[in-house]
Design a binder for this molecule. Structure first.
Ligand code: PEP
Ligand code: MG
Length: 582
């Protein structure tokens, strides 16, 4: 079977499918060795006992606080947990199918739901929800055990097959054991796709129903270049993929050999290539690929699985270590770019997260979280080259508000007698169209711009970047995008502030060359993309890129711009890596 998707991280990898389904917690199926079966039964029993204890405690507290009549619902939950229909059946599934407890519970839940659905009595049918509630609790208790396999402690290497991954799940994931990613949702600018590229792991997105169709544990091949997921390939197909994988590996090694070469055009124009990083561990990889600093640290990944604001001290430690690692280059830390859905569950959510109460807007309601981050950043700036970047700024008023908070954090540190950096460059991400349109007003207020093309394209063209159904409309080369970038560069040039691009447009050699032609001299991207962009730049002449970009600005559609670029830059792009010195 072959499923078609969008290739979002190049390369080929094969392995056993780890199918993740989202419930109260992510549920996956593992095949156990015979000797692990009884241990698993014990683990399930302990989780059920822990759930019973919690339910009793809740029931007693409720009875105390609001009276016994409200506590009866927990009697029903407790009865369910004692019902042999549930626990005994789950134990049988573990023993017969040799699967993990999570999967066994899930199997029993499916059977019981089918049973509940047959009830004609509405009251009884509604008990289906109680069942989910109870089982969700047991699932969580299973995950909490120290010996539990979890997404952060995988018992082997797998190809992840998932609907979607939230940043908190991505932060938890044991990436070293992920061979490739296959996602039902997503597009090239989806955060999980970006992460996969950062780790150099092949990925396919937009598969739509892979979670339903791929049997857990089956052998799958992810072709991240061709945008395919092949399930249970035949021996000759597998052989073919192995050969492609080997070629890709050699090409990667060849490209990595360019890491020490400067990113300079044939006519001597220097471009700074930096890395986008989500985790501290990635900083080493970034240097390996030749990054000259970190152009974007997506700090919100520090929220991790708990989805809670990290303490000031922990942040200070991470920011200092990042700065230390990339010294003498700088690290640009983006302040919290989160929406309510990224925070602890149970809080308010937006009907449309991309347009909702996110980033600076959300932080008006969580000023302490923002202040903690600003204090940590200012203190870290005393130890290394650090820049602060505010995302999702819609214009000068937003920036002034954020700057005011930064000033307050500075005064606080001063009062507390704590050392901090006093000349920290402060900039904004240009990713909301209104910020691009007021770039001249912003330019005189900030120290740098970084164009976030991932969101800028989404908002300019009204295309949801996470929805595979509209991915054909997500056009980085749309005339509006090139014109917006040009306008931002001109505004920056007038007051001589640096402007970089940190969206994925910087990571594709073709679009990166247009950006340089438009006057962008700093590009920040997934580390693994650096060698290819560098190779393209070293084969190009800046004067020519400028002419080509000018020509593109006059064209009416992405299709025509792309055709022009192919015609004009084909020699540079096809030549592949330019490895020789100047
Ligand atoms: C962007 O919007 O281009 C960007 C770099 O940030 P993110 O992808 O995290 O939204
Ligand atoms: Mg963005």
């Amino acid at each position: 079977m072959e499923l078609k998707g969008i290739g979002v991280s190049p390369g080929v990898a094969m392995g056993q499918a780890l199918v993740v389904e989202r419930e109260a917690v992510a549920v996956f199926r593992l095949l156990l060795a015979p000797e692990a079966v009884e241990v698993e039964v014990q683990r399930l029993t302990r989780a059920v006992e822990a759930s019973q204890k919690q339910l009793l405690a809740i029931k007693e507290r409720l009875a105390r606080e609001v009276g016994g009549s409200h506590a009866y619902i927990f009697d029903a939950h407790l009865l369910m947990l004692e019902d042999p229909l549930l626990l005994d059946r789950a134990v049988t599934v573990i023993r017969e199918d040799h699967v993990n407890a999570e999967w066994a519970l899930r199997t029993v839940a499916d059977q019981l739901h089918a049973l509940f659905d047959e009830f004609t009595d509405a009251y009884l049918r509604e008990r289906s929800t109680d069942l989910d509630d109870v089982l969700g609790r047991v699932q969580i208790n299973l995950g909490g055990a120290a010996d539990a396999p979890s997404l952060s402690r995988l018992p082997g290497s797998f190809v992840l097959v998932t609907e979607d991954l939230t940043p908190s799940e991505a932060a938890e994931l044991d990436w070293e054991r992920i061979l490739a990613v296959a996602m039902d949702a997503g597009s090239p600018t989806h955060h999980t796709a970006i992460l996969a590229r950062s780790f150099g792991i092949p990925a396919v997105a937009g598969l739509q129903d892979a979670v339903r169709r791929v049997p857990p544990g089956s052998l799958v091949v992810v072709d991240g270049t061709g945008g395919r997921l092949v399930v249970e390939p035949t021996a000759p197909t597998l052989e073919g993929f192995r050969a492609v994988q080997q070629r890709h590996k050699l090409e990667e090694e060849r490209l990595q050999a360019t890491s020490a070469l400067p990113a300079v055009t044939r006519d001597g124009v220097r471009v700074s290539l930096q890395a986008n990083v989500e985790f501290l561990d990635e900083a080493d990889t970034a240097l390996l690929y030749g990054a000259e600093g970190i152009g974007l640290f997506r700090s919100e990944y520090l929220l991790g699985r708990s989805r809670e604001w990290p303490a000031e001290k922990r942040q200070l430690d991470v920011y200092c270590r990042l700065a230390e690692l990339v010294r003498p280059h700088a690290v640009t830390v983006r302040t919290w770019d989160v929406g309510p859905e990224d925070l602890a569950p149970g809080g308010p959510t937006s009907p449309n997260p991309a347009l909702g109460e996110r980033s600076l807007r959300l932080l008006r309601r969580a000023p302490e979280a923002f202040r903690g981050q600003l204090r940590a950043l200012l203190q870290a700036a005393a130890h290394g080259a650090l820049r602060i970047m505010f995302p999702f700024v819609s214009g000068p008023a937003d920036f002034e508000e954020a700057r005011q908070l930064l000033e307050e954090a500075r005064q606080e540190l001063s009062r507390d007698g704590l050392p901090f950096g006093d000349r920290v460059p402060v900039g904004v991400t240009i990713e909301v169209p209104s910020a691009a349109m007021t770039a001249d007003l912003l330019a005189s207020r900030v120290d740098f711009f970084s164009v976030g093309t991932n969101d800028l394209i989404q908002y300019l063209l009204a295309v949801d970047r996470t929805d595979p159904r509209v991915s054909a409309h997500y056009q980085p080369l749309h005339p509006a995008v090139l014109r917006a970038v040009r306008g931002v560069v001109e505004a920056a040039e007038r007051v001589a502030i640096p402007v970089s691009v940190c969206g994925e447009m910087a990571a594709d050699p073709t679009t990166a060359l247009v950006l340089v032609g438009l006057g962008v001299k700093e590009l920040s991207m997934s580390p693994a993309a650096i060698p290819r962009v560098k190779a393209a730049l070293r084969g190009a002449s800046f004067a020519r890129l400028k002419e080509v970009a000018e020509g593109c600005l006059a064209l009416p559609s992405a299709r025509e711009i792309e055709a022009r670029l192919r015609a004009e830059l084909s020699a540079v792009l096809a030549a592949g890596p330019v490895l020789q010195g100047e």
